[in-house]
Structure formats: C-alpha cells, structure tokens
Design a protein around this ligand. Structure first.
Ligand code: HEM
Length: 464
C-alpha cells in the first residue's frame, strides 16, 4: 500500500519561509549573518539574553533565516502537543537536514508520519529491547576488556565512547557482528554524513563537508539497498536464522493493509535512526562522565547503587532498579540536553502567548532554557541529581518543564532504548573503572553538532 494521500502536504510544503515578523518583539542582528555568531558561540547565553530583552517569544535571525524563538514550558506544550495541527516538523527540518535525511520520520507530518512511525515501532517493542540489552552487555564486555589495557593512561573519553556506540549501532541496528573493513566503512560513511549536516559552504564540490557528507549518504543508501532484500528473506525464516537486529524487526513489519514496507522506505528510516540514536547517547554518556569526574560524592553514591545490584550486567529487569542513576541521567539532560534545539514551522497563523505568528514562520524551541528557569528550579546551574528525587521532584511543576525526549507525535521513539544503552554502560563502566578529570581549566562546552566538552573529555582511567 502507498502512504496516505498527500493533499494535506500540498497546502504548505511549497510555500517559502515567512520573513515578515516586524510586529513581534525581537531583533535580527547583523545584515546577512543575523545572530549566527552569538548563537553558535553560546546558544544558552544567547537565548537568555533574548528572553531578558524581549520575553518568552521573540523574533530572531540565525543562519540567514528569520523566525521566532519560543521559550518556556507553555510554548513547548503548545508546539509539541499541537492539537490544532499548526506546526510542521517536516518544514522545520527542511533547510538543515533534508539533504541528508529527506524521507525520514522527522521529515514527515501527521498521517504520513504516523504511517512511517509504525515501521520503526516494530524495532522498539519490549521483547526486542530485552534481546538488545543482552547483546549490548556482551559488546560492552568486549570493549571494556580492551579499555582495561589503557588503565593508568589519559584517554579522550569522547572518542572512546563514540567508537563504542558505533560498534553497538553496527551490530544491534544492522546485525553486522563481524568487526572489519565493512563495519569500518559503514561507520566512516555515517560519521561523514553527520559531519555533513553542519556544512558551512553550501556547494557540493570536492573538499567541502557537504560533498563528503553526501558521499557518505550515498554509501549508506547503497549499503541498505543491498542489505534490505537479504534481511527480508532472512526475516521469514524461523529459529536461529531469524535476525534479532533492529533492521530485521523492521523488515518483518507490515503496514495497516498487511503489506511490507518498501525497501526504500526502510533504508531511509534506518539511516535516520542511526543518526538520531548515535550522537544523542554519545553526548549523554560523555556529559555524565564530565559531571561525575567533577563531583566525587555523586560518583560514589552511584557506584554504591550499582554495587548493591550485585551482578556483572545490568539486565533488562534491573533497568528500573537504579533510581539514582535515573536521576543522574535526568540531571545531565536538564543541563546538557542531547537535542539542544528543536525546529518547527507554522502551517497557518497561530496565536503564541498573545502574539500572532504568521503562517510558514520558522519556530525554534530551546529546551535548556525551560530546564534552567529560576522560577522552577533551585540553584538551576548547579549539578544536583537529587532535584529529581521523589521528595523534591522539581521537574513535576509543569508537564512540559522537563522534556529531553520531546513530546506529542514526534516524541523520541528511542527513549527507552537510549536509557537502556546508557544505564548498561554506566553500570559496567563505574563498576570496572574509576576515573579522574584531566582538565587543567574549565573546558569550553560545545552545543553543535554534538553537545560535548570541546576538549573531548580527557580522563585518567583506573581499573578497579
Ligand atoms: C539521550 C538520548 C536521546 C535524546 C535526548 C533524544 C531526544 C529526542 C528528541 C527531543 C526528539 C524529538 C525531536 C522533535 O520533536 O523534533 C527525538 C526524536 C527521535 N528520536 Fe531520539 N533522542 C535520544 C536517543 C535516541 C535513540 C537511541 C534513538 C533510536 C534508537 C532515537 C530515535 C529517534 C527518532 C527516530 C526520532 C524521531 C521521532 C519522530 O519524528 O516520530 N533517539 N529524540
């Protein structure tokens, strides 16, 4: 069966972005580049300044595009729940990611999106998650045994975890269990593709990031186009041969009419899935190591919680038995959200906090602002996992105050998977290694493309 009718899309996807926002308080910054430099330098400080001068909704210009900056939990709720179908995710992401992830979930709206989301949901059911948990623990064992050779050395933690999660992606997402040239090429193509999304020179000529990124994307398309039919055949086999990787689950899934999804649909969704999964979890784990290295008493409390579980692995049934680790995860996401900016575009004129925002206007949501509003959070800039404890529960003061995984129709499909991947790693790592920060001074924190300490988080690794 084909996807639902495109009539709805036709009404807005061909319209250019609205640039007429003079009636909304705010400023555009310098000619041509607008506020791109202060935004790139420190998006959080930039958002705070906008708020101080103009309030929770203001007009801005970043990367040559006029739009509105939407801050605070009320606007977040309005945009994410979107009961009036006023906001398009497809058009929000159009300028930046469409070259790389054109037919992905995030680039679909409403019925189209629902239809495509069903494809991926097959890979995130409870039984599938159980199998991934066991496999991930096995991969972590293999990697940490190798990391042990570096005990006593200073390592760049970001590079280590980035590579390890690429190995996880190759095996769990795609079923590539053999390490070697094929997996290396896959990982390289994927990394080029991700770097390509941050292109500055908008020309597809050799030597540019865009060129390399698009080459990476073409490789991924060939890789999946060749693999999907094979997986589909294997998907119909029984027993041992029936693949348990994400791609196999997706290949077995049928649509509302009982038909399989097309090879192209699956290939496109899988490429985006790799993208959505990898950098976000890499950032979450890297920042956790950053904060734990700076807060020895929190690291000790987490270590004690893990020790009390008394097993080599955190298994599927243990995932809810580490409440302090969950608080640490939440606190990391509060201060350093893995998805720092979420874009949308209005489909029609919309009232936002009393301002009339015209149709086809870019809207930028900035979660970290809500995550640090002093009206809601005590000492908001400090790292304090206990603020998420049942006694304090600061995040519960508004349903959209803390929303690292988004909300509504586009809420992160990998929310449970990512926390499993995170918890299994932190558990095993902290039980096997101690670590010390090697920062001589406070590192610069990057927000884009992957939020992380700019120096890649050097730590001294100590085998316990
Ligand atoms: C710490 C880890 C992660 C965070 C903080 C995170 C955050 C988010 C957020 C905020 C969105 C919503 C974007 C929007 O509304 O425009 C999202 C969507 C998405 N995420 Fe995640 N994510 C994480 C990990 C993952 C993982 C591990 C996967 C896959 C295994 C994944 C797959 C997706 C997909 C496919 C979407 C698009 C959903 C849709 O459009 O329906 N994410 N994520």
């Amino acid at each position: 069966m084909s996807a639902p009718s495109t009539t709805d899309y036709d009404s807005y996807i061909h319209e250019p972005n609205n640039r007429e926002l003079g009636h909304i308080p705010g400023e555009y910054g310098l000619p041509i580049i607008g506020q791109t430099i202060p935004f790139l330098r420190d998006p959080y400080e930039w958002a705070k300044r906008q708020h101080k001068k103009f309030g929770l909704l203001s007009r801005v210009n970043t990367a040559g595009s006029n739009g509105v900056l939407a801050l605070g939990p009320d606007l977040m709720q309005q945009i994410m729940l979107d009961p009036g179908r006023d906001f398009s995710s497809k058009m929000g992401f159009m300028d930046n990611v469409s070259k790389f992830f054109s037919d992905s979930l995030i680039m679909e709206d409403f019925e189209h999106h629902k239809h495509q989301r069903r494809i991926l949901q097959a890979a995130f059911k409870n039984d599938a998650l159980k199998t991934y948990t066991a496999d991930i623990n096995r991969i972590y064992d293999r990697a940490l045994a190798e990391w042990a050779n570096d005990s006593g050395q200073t390592i760049l933690f970001f590079d280590y975890i980035k590579n390890l999660l690429l190995e996880v992606a190759a095996e769990i997402f795609v079923g590539e269990t053999e390490r070697g040239e094929r997996v290396e090429k896959l990982n390289q193509a994927f990394s080029d593709c991700v770097a390509g999304t941050m292109y500055m020179v908008p020309y597809n000529i050799p030597g540019t990031r865009l060129y390399k990124g698009l080459k990476g994307k073409a490789y991924l398309e060939r890789f999946f186009t060749e693999l999907v039919p094979r997986k589909r055949n294997a998907a119909n086999m029984d027993g041992e041969q029936k693949g348990q990787d994400m791609l196999s689950h997706v290949c077995r899934e049928k649509d509302e009419d009982g038909d399989y999804y097309t090879d192209k649909e699956i290939a496109n969704q899988m490429i985006f899935l790799l993208f959505a999964a990898h950098d976000t979890t890499t950032a979450a784990i890297t920042h956790t190591i950053y904060y734990l290295a700076r807060n020895p008493e929190i690291k000790q409390k987490l270590y004690d919680e893990c020790l009390a579980i008394g097993k080599d692995n955190l298994e599927h049934e243990d995932l809810n038995n580490v409440p302090y680790m969950q608080q640490v995860f939440n606190e990391v996401q509060r201060l350093r959200p893995s998805a720092p900016m979420v874009p949308r575009r209005t489909i029609r004129e919309v009232d936002m906090l009393g301002h009339s925002v015209p149709a086809h206007t870019m809207v930028y949501i900035f979660p970290r602002f809500s995550h640090c509003m002093p009206e809601y959070w005590s000492d908001p800039e400090s790292f304090d996992p206990d603020r998420f404890s049942p006694e304090r529960a600061e995040h519960k003061q508004h349903p959209f105050l803390f929303h690292p995984f988004g909300g509504g129709a586009h809420k992160c499909i990998g929310m449970h998977f990512s926390q499993m991947e995170y918890k299994c790693f932190i558990y095993k790592f902290i039980l096997n290694f101690d670590f010390e920060s090697q920062h001589r001074k406070e590192p610069k924190m990057m927000t884009l493309p992957i939020p992380r300490p700019a120096d890649k988080m050097p730590i001294r690794l100590i085998r316990r």
